[in-house]
Design a protein around this ligand. Structure first.
Ligand code: ATP
Ligand code: MG
Length: 232
């Protein structure tokens, strides 16, 4: 697939990627490499300029209802994702829209808040949460809605060390429970040990795709990604 904007910017070109169920895929690339755009295209939030995107064998236009139910995207900007007046209402938004019964919604909300460690904040206003807590809130919403595929765009942005550890814990737990994960980041050092596969995006193209060790062993400095195994 590719993406060309009306101003002539060719932001993604010749992208071919298969995403396998149960895999923890890390997509790394410097600022402007196309990470956010790629995810917005895969989830149908932005149209591609050409090429084919399939989800579970179906072309994107047919698969959109399924994608909306099964794919959860944690945005780079956590504030953009707040929809409820309280933390608990925010988490309940997805299951409510999916038509679950009241007791089911309650069970799902409680389990999701516990999973991200926000159960004591259920009646707090989302805007009063810290940046890290907001990101965990977004994850809780996705868990409550029952997403199978979780995409996190810059999951560590603006987080202090305890916040990073909390998000890593969530990633580890979700991976263990068999969810498919796609993590988009330039902060490889925080998470590469959890990844099954590493893709390097640079200038809108895929430059490497393989096991983290294999890709890191042939990292090109021009790609703008630091090898997390080496000191700065
Ligand atoms: N609406 C638009 N019009 C023109 N170009 C755009 C538009 N949206 C994005 N781009 C370009 O697409 C490219 C990829 O942007 P994208 O946001 O996907 O990068 P990214 O890898 O997520 O970067 P970051 O690490 O800063 O989040 C950039 O060069 C950006 O300028
Ligand atoms: Mg981005």
């Amino acid at each position: 697939m590719y993406k060309c904007f009306p101003n002539g910017t060719e932001a993604l070109s010749g992208i071919t990627v298969d995403i396998f169920s149960g895999q923890c895929l890390l997509i790394a690339g410097s600022n402007g490499s196309g990470k956010t755009l790629l995810m917005h295209m895969i989830t149908g939030l932005i149209d591609s300029s050409g090429g084919t995107i399939r989800y579970k064998g179906e072309v994107l236009s047919h698969a959109l209802p399924l994608i909306r139910r099964q794919v959860g995207l944690v945005f780079q900007d956590a504030d953009a994702q707040v929809v409820g007046e309280t933390v608990a209402e925010d988490v309940a938004f997805g299951p409510k829209n999916m038509g679950f019964s009241k007791p089911d919604i309650e069970t799902r909300v409680n389990a999701a808040l516990r999973a991200v460690g926000l159960d004591s904040k259920r009646d707090v206003l989302p805007h009063q949460l810290s940046g890290g807590e907001k990101r965990r809130l977004a994850v809780a919403g996705i868990l409550a809605a029952g997403a199978d595929l979780i995409i996190m765009d810059e999951p560590f942005a603006n987080l202090d060390w305890p916040g990073v550890v909390q998000v890593l814990e969530i990633i580890r737990n979700q991976k263990q429970s068999g969810k498919t994960m796609i993590l988009l980041t330039h902060e490889l050092e925080k998470v590469y040990v959890l990844a099954d596969r590493l893709i390097i995006l640079h200038n809108g193209r895929i430059h490497a795709d393989g096991s983290p060790e294999e890709v890191l062993n042939r990292l090109d400095p021009a790609w703008g990604v630091h090898d997390p195994r080496q000191a700065y």
